[in-house]
Design a protein around this ligand. Sequence first.
Ligand code: VG1
Ligand code: CO
Length: 544
Amino acid sequence: MNIRTISTKPFTDQKPGTSGLRKAVTVFQEPHYLENFVQSIFDSLEGYEGKTLVLGGDGRYYNRQAIQIILKMAAANGFGRVLVGRGGIMSTPAASCVIRKNQAFGGIILSASHNPGGPEGDFGIKYNVTNGGPAPEKVTEAIYARSQVIDAYKILEAPDLDLDDLGKFQLGSLAVEVIDSVEPYMQLMESLFDFDRIGELLSSAKFGMCMDSLHAVTGPYAHAILEQRLGAPAGTVLNGLPLEDFGGGHPDPNLVYAHDLVEILYGEKAPDFGAASDGDGDRNMILGRKFFVTPSDSLAVLTANAHLVPGYRQGLAGVARSMPTSGAVDRVAAKAGIDCYETPTGWKFFGNLLDAGKATLCGEESFGTGSNHVREKDGLWAILFWLNILAVRGESVEQILQSHWQSYGRNFYSRHDYEEVDAAPAKELMERLRKEAPDLKGKQFGNYQVEYSDDFSYTDPIDGSVSQKQGLRVGFSDGSRIVFRLSGTGTKGATLRVYLESYESDASKHNQDTQAALAPLIAIADEIAQIRTSTGREKPTVIT
Ligand code: VG1
Ligand code: CO
């Protein structure tokens, strides 16, 4: 088998965003596009010769072709072994688990996460480092820099491998093992949660659950763990067959895109518990009967109840949340006397805190929760954590939230997304806000007075690296907050995210409608940022 060196020219747009490089499938299909980026990853790494790489994806359209290309490039570039998921499939948290378990050098995960798939949809690729987590910024910056000067890539001339059955192959000097990632992932879950009690709950006639895998990657994991291992009735997992186009849906577990599940949980004879996960299995949505748990509240509840779960019974070192995530978890941490860290958006910023043993649980408002068991957020992990709490407490999801708010007060929280707006005015809006931010301090908007206003900058407490321009924050004297950010995962135009939060200690006001509770802040956000005028949009595309 020959190693070929192919000449190429740089593509100017290979800058990784919040979570890897995401583009339309048609962009990735351009000659050399994928190969350039993969070679740029390899060229930015040192010392991988003879080592192990983990490879898998969320099964979306182009996954199969990309896996074959990457295997041949890994062979040509001198990796020793690749562990590839059967059929090329591996969820993001399972990939993190496999990297750690096998002490692999790193991993490549093919996913555009919650973005739609299919020939007209999106594709993505990200590199994870030895700790199993997303590459930190210094690595993604090096990859981008390399992609801007790349002039050749190496690939082995070889036939495609059959990856649909477990087995071992040789590709030149590279050993390829097709593995089942469900098994190690399930073992890890079993080491953390009380499977006996969860099993009792799931097989009890008094409890009903519904999990929507949205035709994305968690189907095989959820079938194996919830139905086969824990004894939930067959049919508990809906849409459990991964499809290349996610059945035409948007594999994003929120109230808008997981509407089938929402209808079931808000319908007649609704089950007690509902959950969904996203394209690559790292996000989760938690529902009770006719009840939605915001991801920010979910993180707070998991933190407050961690002592009920075997894997966390010994206590939490600390917690971390992304900056736009609500401060609900901060209140739990303060009461428990543990540290709470605030990081920029994106899981890569939690890696150092987890490695250094400073945080045990982490979460983002964007339906992401996780812990130090891997270095990615983990959808099924969060669902099992909730089931463990429900099994021990014997209360409903709503009762648990109501009593949580009684103890800590309620952080009303919502995110308004303006998707696919024109990029230029969106950028201008952010630049204007950046300029005006310092002058907002002290300004009065109705009953609200601005206490601080800045562009969030983060200094990593472990390695001292600084990440600037991570979102415009406007904080008010009563603790309310508005945050403005542009998405780093969208692929068309720009997506403006407006995050809104207010705190209510009075229990008699905890059951207001969220949008009504936040109405004054929603109006102030438009006044400050001139969203309607700048984007030409009367209202957000998605409210979560
Ligand atoms: C979004 C979320 C962020 C999350 C990221 C990747 O990023 O806001 O919290 O970490 O997606 O999640 P952005 O830049 O579009 O706001 V996933 O499940 O898409 O890998
Ligand atoms: Co995801």
